[in-house]
Ligand binder design. Structure first.
Ligand SMILES: [Zn+2]
Ligand SMILES: [Zn+2]
Length: 480
């Protein structure tokens, strides 16, 4: 009830402001008043002030692709600050120009230069002191002091609707079927060392669109000045869809593990090519020795990895989890032991040579992950619950030729991507294809020492003792 009445007050407010402008417009169009404007400029200011009052922040949304709503061009695009729509141009007979006349909307921002203009008069607003919050929505910026605060401040932020939120722990819109990518965007933006690097990254530092879009997304996630306390990944994913030749789109579920590897590979390439920076490989890449035993001859090669995938015991494989009475459990430490026990399994032996700052472990739950996740039924899913500690000593699994044991290499769990099958309400076999795969992420809020589960726009606090009860798929650890 409260929000409804606020909403209508809003409308009334807008109407009053518009009336004021129409009055002023009439005033300025008489020849006598025009002279006054030229002499003193005071009426120009009062008209401008009245125009600025028509800005409706509730209508503004800069998460979408910056293209003209009429011509679909991405060149020279302005956002109308009264209705939020995007229009090309500013000169006479441009789409923005006609919009200003037809809809009596007068304040625009150039989405590239972030300069404000009054149309159709076509002049720049010089005093933008009251408009900085709008610029910040388009391009949030950080400095060292602000980043330091992210490690200590427990202060909640507040959006335009006075909804309180924790900066960094906000929902990401599921536009269609993109929760597989949302969980990965969330996971990477909570690797603090990468986050800090991206928050300080200046737009003009790079022509690379992937770096630009990804760092912008992370900047928005950690912003304490959001107009609404969630973001839409539309612009980033639209770009990724093109760059991946349609492999990762908004419209079709994919394996988040594949998306994670694609994103790390491409960010790594982009940073290296454009900035000569190895930030991604430095933080996320490890080294493993793979020995294969064929015909009594041992072949050895050293390989780099973004993540380590762990197999579940075969005994607990059930088709689609059907007919299950008790969900089997296994310890993560057992899975690690099985992989790095220094023995050949199916002709292969793995030795970790180098561990990264952020260690990513994935649990192989799907026989044929891609076909299952794209919605083709019939592939097997292993629902085994993997019990894991919140601290992990990896020293036991690293290759050690010396007699003395290695000092502990401790990792702290910071993120847990989980799978959930949402069964279709229809029970007939033909309708089985409507079962929905969904992906959630559980994230550690290091400042408040609590865990949050985020499923698209839904956020809830969870007990850390209950984390492992879900079907964990990707676990992200930070070296202490
Ligand atoms: Zn209304
Ligand atoms: Zn408008």
């Amino acid at each position: 009830m409260v929000s409804v009445s606020n909403h209508h007050q809003d409308h009334d407010e807008q109407r009053r402001k518009r009336q004021k402008i129409e009055d002023l417009s009439e005033l300025s169009s008489s020849s006598e008043e025009k002279e006054n404007i030229n002499d003193h400029g005071s009426n120009v200011n009062s008209i401008e002030d009245a125009y600025l009052e028509t800005i409706n922040r509730f209508k503004l949304d800069f998460d979408f692709e910056k293209i003209c709503s009429i011509s679909l061009s991405n060149v020279n695009v302005y956002s109308c600050l009264c209705c939020g729509k995007y229009f090309q141009g500013r000169h006479d007979s441009s789409h923005a120009f006609f919009h200003s006349i037809n809809d009596n909307h007068h304040v625009f921002i150039n989405l590239k230069t972030l300069k404000f203009y009054i149309l159709p008069e076509n002049y720049e607003v010089k005093d933008t002191s009251q408009l900085e919050d709008i610029k910040y929505q388009i391009e949030p910026y950080y400095d060292g002091g602000k980043i330091k605060q992210l490690y200590s401040s427990k202060e909640l932020a507040s959006d335009l609707n006075h909804n309180k939120y924790r900066p960094g722990f906000i929902g990401i819109n599921n536009i269609n079927c993109n929760d597989y990518s949302n969980v990965i965007i969330q996971a990477l933006s909570h690797a603090n060392k990468l986050r800090d690097y991206l928050l300080l990254f200046k737009d003009q530092d790079s022509d690379d669109e992937l770096i630009r879009q990804f760092s912008l997304t992370v900047k928005k996630i950690w912003s304490s000045k959001l107009f609404k306390s969630h973001i839409s990944p539309h612009e980033l994913l639209q770009f990724i869809s093109k760059k991946s030749n349609g492999i990762f789109t908004l419209a079709k579920q994919k394996d988040p593990k594949d998306f994670l590897i694609w994103l790390l590979n491409n960010l790594n390439q982009s940073f290296f090519k454009n900035k000569n920076s190895k930030i991604i490989s430095k933080l996320f890449q490890g080294k493993v020795q793979i020995e294969s035993n064929e015909n009594e001859k041992i072949d050895s090669k050293i390989s780099k990895f973004w993540l380590i995938s762990l197999d579940l015991p075969h005994s607990s494989l059930f088709k689609d989890g059907a007919g299950l009475t008790e969900v089997p459990q296994v310890s993560l430490l057992t899975l690690l032991n099985n992989k790095f026990n220094n023995e050949f399994f199916q002709g292969k032996r793995f030795k970790i040579l180098q561990l990264p700052q952020y260690l990513i472990l994935s649990i192989n739950r799907f026989d044929n992950a891609d076909s299952k996740i794209t919605g083709i039924s019939g592939s097997n899913r292993n629902p085994t619950v993997v019990k894991f500690p919140l601290m992990l000593d990896m020293s036991k699994y690293i290759s050690n030729n010396a007699q003395d044991p290695i000092a502990p290499i401790n990792y702290k769990l910071i993120g847990n991507v989980i799978y959930e099958l949402i069964p279709s309400s229809n029970t007939t076999d033909e309708e089985k294809n409507n079962d929905k795969n969904s992906w959630k992420i559980q994230l550690l809020d290091q400042v408040r020492n609590s865990w949050l589960e985020i499923h698209n726009l839904k956020i809830r606090e969870i007990e850390k003792e209950l984390l492992f009860l879900n079907e964990s798929y990707i676990l992200i650890w930070e070296k202490m």
